[in-house]
Design a protein around this ligand. Structure first.
Ligand code: ADP
Ligand code: ASP
Ligand code: MG
Length: 413
């Protein structure tokens, strides 16, 4: 029997009517003969509310309790989805992460999946169950505590199940009908892509395009999962959505295939640190130990043996980064005159595998930003992307200007 994985995001299960609508889609796939594993998110807005409650109760919260709270939204939708399917006479059962069990490491709030045993679900499929509804986003640590996989983690749950069960496909149902050249909410010229290469999707996701969680794309690439992104609001069709696939399966592509942005960036600068061997290790070691995801790094020219070190990290990690730096200063490991934090920045990036063989992308990007009078604060590049940090108030303008400059509204440019 073939297994199909269908994942429904928050907007697709936002209320009982939407759960019914999603369940009907599951019914169509069951009728085609698939055994279906449905992964559900929490109702839209629910996880944000739960995170808010945790922060209000305990700003420097214990991550184990954070996970206990924020994982709960998915439990509700999993049970409701199973009940809805049962009402449609489809044999269905719900599973929370620990019941599967979806085993993760102990990195609470951003745990990584280690193993998904298939025997429990397969035994039920063997007894006639047609749909296993699994609560996304959550797992269990070796210590037996509930973990979560990071925001947007239900995508990763879905791909991991598809890999573990050798699913024919992993369909990610969301509120847009596929992956676009940029966020369709920011540019009305955004164009839907029929296909996108794993590597490009990986960059777009890690640079902020939240349509898929980065880790889900990594897993799909590693385990060769056929991954499709489509809308749960449009009429079902085999051609619908965007297929995330190997580069070889894509006939033509633009030099730049997409523009991504992230508004949750902060720029932190340590002013006047000693310019000596080991200083970078002394700064970034403690940041890493504090779980801060440092992204861009710039070290200024030094004067009189002192330099400024700038780095960017997600805004919600500023508190931890500040504490790590102050602790390191107090311990005498580093010395700096001041720590400046700018939380009014955003990162905008252009991505494309065509950049490997085409020069001039960065220059074109900088010119497009100059023409809009957008000042660039920090730049980073890799083989297939160029990212800049800019004032947040220009973020949408910059995304639109870059979309225009690279003519992304047209295919094959
Ligand atoms: P879900 O709740 O279904 O997981 P998300 O909100 O996590 O949905 O992701 C879908 C959203 O991702 C879209 O509503 C869209 O605004 C955003 N998005 C960002 N970049 C892109 C892109 N390049 N293509 C499609 N959607 C994108
Ligand atoms: N509910 C979780 C979140 O909002 C996981 C997900 O939806 O993928 O981040
Ligand atoms: Mg999501």
């Amino acid at each position: 029997m073939s297994v199909l994985v269908m994942k429904f995001g928050g907007t697709s299960v936002a209320n009982l009517d939407r759960i019914k609508r999603a369940a009907k889609r599951v019914g169509l796939e069951v009728a085609k003969g698939h055994d279906v594993i449905v992964i559900v998110s929490a109702m839209s807005g629910k996880t944000n509310e739960l995170v808010g409650w945790v922060n209000e109760t305990s700003p420097m919260y214990d991550a184990r309790e954070y996970d206990a709270v924020v994982s709960s939204g998915e439990n509700v939708t999993a049970g409701l989805m199973a009940l809805t399917l049962q009402e449609m006479d489809i044999p269905a059962r719900s599973w929370q992460g620990w019941q599967v069990p979806l085993k993760t490491n102990s990195a609470h709030s951003s745990a990584r999946i280690e193993e998904i045993p298939t025997d429990n679900l397969n035994a039920k499929f063997g007894e006639g169950m047609r749909v296993a509804v699994v609560a996304g986003f959550q797992g269990i640590s070796p210590e037996g505590r509930i973990t979560t996989l990071g925001r947007g983690g239900s995508d990763t749950t879905a791909v991991a199940f598809a890999a573990a069960f050798g699913a024919v496909r992993c369909d990610i149902y969301t509120d847009v009908d596929g992956v676009y050249t940029t966020d369709p909410r920011v540019s009305d010229k955004a164009r839907k892509l029929d296909r996108i290469a794993f590597e490009e999707m990986l960059e777009l996701a890690s640079l902020g395009a939240k349509v898929l969680q980065t880790r889900s794309v990594e897993l799909a690439m590693r385990y060769k999962v056929r991954l499709r992104v489509l809308s749960s609001f449009e009429e079902p069709s085999d051609e619908a959505g965007t297929l995330v696939c190997d580069e070889e399966e894509i006939m033509e592509s633009n030099v730049v295939s997409g523009v991504a942005y992230s508004r949750d960036e902060a720029k932190m600068t340590l002013l006047s640190v000693a310019d000596r061997p080991g200083i970078a290790a002394a700064i970034f070691g403690p940041l890493s130990d504090a779980g801060v995801n440092v992204d861009m790094i710039v070290q200024n020219i030094s004067e009189d043996g002192r330099t400024d070190m700038t780095f960017s990290c997600p805004t919600d990690q500023v508190r931890h980064a500040t504490k790590a730096m102050e602790d390191a200063k107090e311990a005498g490991d580093i010395n700096f005159a001041r720590l400046d934090t700018d939380t009014n920045v955003a990162k905008v990036s252009v991505v494309g595998i065509g950049m490997r063989s085409h020069a001039g992308v960065a220059a074109k990007m900088f010119k497009a930003l100059r023409d809009e009078n957008v000042n660039i604060k920090v730049i980073t590049t890799s083989e297939i992307k160029v990212s800049v940090l800019i004032d947040r108030k220009y973020m949408e303008l910059a995304v639109q200007a870059l979309h225009d400059a690279f003519e992304l509204e047209k295919a094959g440019s």
